[in-house]
Ligand binder design. Structure first.
Ligand SMILES: NC(=O)c1ccc[n+]([C@@H]2O[C@H](COP(=O)([O-])OP(=O)(O)OC[C@H]3O[C@@H](n4cnc5c(N)ncnc54)[C@H](OP(=O)(O)O)[C@@H]3O)[C@@H](O)[C@H]2O)c1
Length: 387
């Protein structure tokens, strides 16, 4: 499996760290010079161009609540092997799957200890002697996503990185390969949609949800969007409609006997997306037309999906699941890249945008609290690193 082989890069760093991070925050380089790791990068670069500078990283050594088991540490410099690329990270998001990995409930996880994060963008800082297709200063993303992006310098083999254009903001390049790609695949791979069709989704404020709205709009597909109740409901409705959403309902607005009475002039949805579970998944099912399909791709409420017997017998509904990792396992990098290129072109052209909050990397703990939902409704948290 592609991701499996890529575990090695970040792990190599993380494992070395263990012996060092227990020591004071001063680390030795090959010449026996001791220097504070956060300031060492400049000196180190001048000392050895085939090494990657010391890195500040979010690591975890055991599975558990992310705000309990993660910590910021300094990692030692890494000697670059033949095909290694040293990347100075620019931005990296905190995705629900990153949280699930730290909790130990995600099926694909790095061995411990591990550096957190799986997605991000950085600038090439150093090259092993065998690297052929990347140059210093290129912007790259781990493509497909791979472990260990929550650190200031990340080393992986050339084959793990993919060059991206610099014409989009770093936070978009950092987030293109998980959520927008998932939205695109789910619109393409389950039902043959045509202009005028309707899809219904819950979790519409999520990054995936926002992408579904906009990618649907570009295809002439209408969207019914379900969001959680909140004080700023009207603002959220306006925002999602400005992205191209046809209708936006809060969960409590859908506590009616017949949700289809709220369709107005819209046709019944042929396809539904569920990333929440519980009652709001049942509402997606209620909206669907005869023979409709609901694709489950997340379980934010941690509640199971309940399906009435009549939905199967009288509506012949189809329940499917989507996992980006599975798509990645079944496809090559050469199939992944055109997808991210396409999505980044949409970003560049102003046809795809989503709400993000950029947070300095040193404020990781504050960003994590928001990503864990401990500060109420928060936009996607994207860590940004010093330039
Ligand atoms: N299967 C796959 O391959 C795949 C790929 C990408 C993402 N995903 C899944 O897609 C979902 C969205 O990911 P994302 O990165 O786009 O999300 P995100 O931007 O981080 O936003 C989180 C979303 O979850 C909602 N939420 C948080 N806690 C909730 C709760 N207890 N009950 C109901 N909703 C809750 C938030 O709603 P509010 O705005 O109301 O706070 C928001 O819409 C996640 O479940 C993620 O794991 C799956």
């Amino acid at each position: 499996m592609m991701i499996g082989t890529r575990i090695i890069g970040p792990l190599r760093i993380a494992v070395r760290t263990l012996s060092v991070t227990c020591a004071p925050k001063f680390i030795g380089n090959a010449r026996g010079i001791y220097m504070p790791s956060t300031r060492a990068s400049i000196s180190w670069r001048t000392l050895a161009s085939s090494s990657c500078p010391p890195s500040r990283a979010v690591i975890y050594e055991e599975q558990g609540p992310p705000d309990k088991v993660t910590r910021l540490v300094d990692l030692p410099p890494v000697d670059l092997k033949e095909n290694d690329v040293c990347v100075k990270m620019l931005a990296a998001p905190i995705n629900p799957s990153d949280i699930n990995r730290i909790e130990g409930v995600y099926p694909v996880r790095p061995p411990l200890p591990a550096v957190g994060g799986c997605e991000g963008v950085g600038e090439v800082e150093g090259l092993g002697p065998g690297v052929k297709n990347l140059s210093i200063g290129d912007w790259v993303i781990p493509s497909p996503p791979s472990f260990g992006t929550w650190q200031t310098y990340c080393v992986k083999e050339e084959s793990a990185w993919c060059k991206v254009p610099k014409e989009v903001p770093a936070e978009y390049a950092a987030t293109v390969s998980v959520n927008p790609s998932t939205a695109l695949r789910m619109l393409e791979d389950f039902v043959s949609l045509k202009a005028g069709d309707v899809v219904v989704q819950n979790g519409a404020t999520s990054m995936v949800g926002q992408c579904i709205i906009q990618l649907s709009y570009l295809r002439g597909i209408q969207t019914i969007n379900i969001v959680r109740d909140r004080p700023d409901l009207e603002d959220i409705k306006q925002r999602l409609k400005a992205m191209g959403g046809s209708e936006v309902f809060s969960e409590s607005e859908l506590e009616v006997k017949n949700v289809k009475s709220l369709l107005g002039g819209l046709p019944e949805p042929v396809l539904g997306f569920n990333c929440v579970g519980g009652n709001t998944a049942s509402i997606v099912l209620k909206f669907l037309r005869q023979g409709g399909t609901m694709v489950t791709y997340g379980g934010m409420s941690k509640k199971p999906i309940t399906v009435s017997t009549s939905s199967f017998i009288f509506k012949d509904l189809r329940l499917r699941g989507y996992w980006m990792q599975n798509w990645i396992n079944l496809h090559t990098v050469n199939e992944f890249k055109p997808m991210t290129d396409y999505l980044l072109r949409l970003v560049r052209d102003g046809q795809l945008k989503y709400v993000m909050e950029t947070v300095p990397f040193q404020d990781f703990n504050a960003a994590l609290q928001k990503a864990l939902g401990k500060q109420g409704h928060s936009p996607k948290q994207v860590l940004v690193f010093d330039k």
